[in-house]
Design a protein around this ligand. Structure first.
Ligand SMILES: N[C@@H](CCC[C@H](N)C(=O)O)C(=O)O
Length: 311
């Protein structure tokens, strides 16, 4: 069987994209691994199938019913798979690249501030295009997995990366998918972290976790005169390994650093709501929105298209 695909990336977090506009493509985990394989396949961190939300609902995924009940206009669904074939609830960079892909297929029009509402296993996400060509995604609600108690303590887990002498305190966050954020004090320590193997996390997260190692880099003045935070991170993704970027991970990293900052100052309202997150593949912007939502903005690139044999 021959499959038409497009290769795309968001800050070098790369994806194989497949348009299944009739919703009848049943990609197996083995086929996903083949597509994502960098030697015998196309090569990518993940595979994204664009399908009608109604068809995903008919295939038995109840989350697609919930998406249509919340937003009947979310007619397209992002079926995201990690490179190892596993299913993940959400992919922040993937949503931006999905929007660029849907535009390229003529399925959506994001000109003049128009918005795309799409379905994901993490719920409805809304995307708009900024004048500079970046895509901004309302990622919806987020939460500290350990609630206020974890915020007050600054940690609810520990992380041990290969080569570290001792476990370090970490904060768990839910962005639709699970994240554990751990800070190191210096950029040279960040560069030296061994992410060739998944860091150990205690307590062991029931469904696994993505681990972000971060260095807070302080604040600068934003274009509107308000403070903007900056941090650098590396990530080990569940189901993939170390990647050049992770959108949900960037949100988790900014929200964790903001939580730590808010607990160390007299006036937590003075802590920036906007953060630039430097990742190995570039830079994204994270904004804390009202109503408990968070926004991710960054580039999305489509690189080439072709046909691949899935037999
Ligand atoms: N790279 C993605 C996250 C992809 C899913 C993740 N590996 C998981 O299993 O949760 C992003 O940009 O958010």
């Amino acid at each position: 069987m021959t499959l038409r695909f497009t290769k795309g990336h968001g800050t070098r977090n790369d994806f194989v994209l497949v348009a299944d506009t009739r919703g009848d493509l049943d990609l197996t985990a083995e086929q996903v691994r083949h597509l994502a394989d960098r030697r015998s396949g196309i090569g990518a961190d993940g595979v994204i199938r664009l399908a009608p939300t109604a068809a995903v609902a008919r295939s038995g995924e109840q989350v697609a019913d919930a998406v249509l009940a919340e937003e009947p206009e979310a007619i397209w669904f992002m079926d995201y798979r990690n490179g190892d074939g596993s299913i993940a609830e959400m992919c922040g960079n993937g949503v931006r690249v999905f929007a660029a892909f849907a535009e390229s297929l003529g399925l959506v029009d994001l000109s003049d501030g128009r918005e795309l509402a799409l379905g994901t296993r993490g719920g409805v996400k809304r995307v708009r295009k900024e004048p500079d060509g970046w895509y901004a995604v309302d990622m919806g609600p987020w939460r500290l997995t350990g609630g206020q108690e974890a915020a007050d303590a600054g940690a609810d887990a520990v992380v041990l990366a290969t080569g570290w002498d001792a476990p370090r305190p970490a904060l768990s966050l839910d962005l639709g998918n699970p994240h554990t954020v751990v800070a190191v004090p210096r950029l040279d320590e960040l560069a030296a972290v061994d992410l060739t193997r998944a860091p150990e996390v205690e307590p062991v997260p029931p469904a696994g976790t993505n681990v972000e190692v971060v260095v807070p880099l302080g604040e600068e003045e934003g274009p509107d005169g308000r403070p903007v935070g900056r941090l650098r991170m590396r990530v080990h993704e569940r189901g993939v390994g170390e990647t050049q970027s992770c959108g949900t991970g960037a949100c988790a990293a900014a929200l964790a650093v903001r939580t730590w900052a808010a607990h160390g100052v007299d006036d937590p309202h003075g802590v920036p709501s906007t953060w630039f997150v430097e990742v190995p593949g570039g830079e994204v912007r994270v904004r804390v929105l009202h109503g408990g939502h968070v926004e991710l903005a960054g580039p999305a690139e489509l690189v080439f298209s072709g046909d691949v044999d899935l037999a």
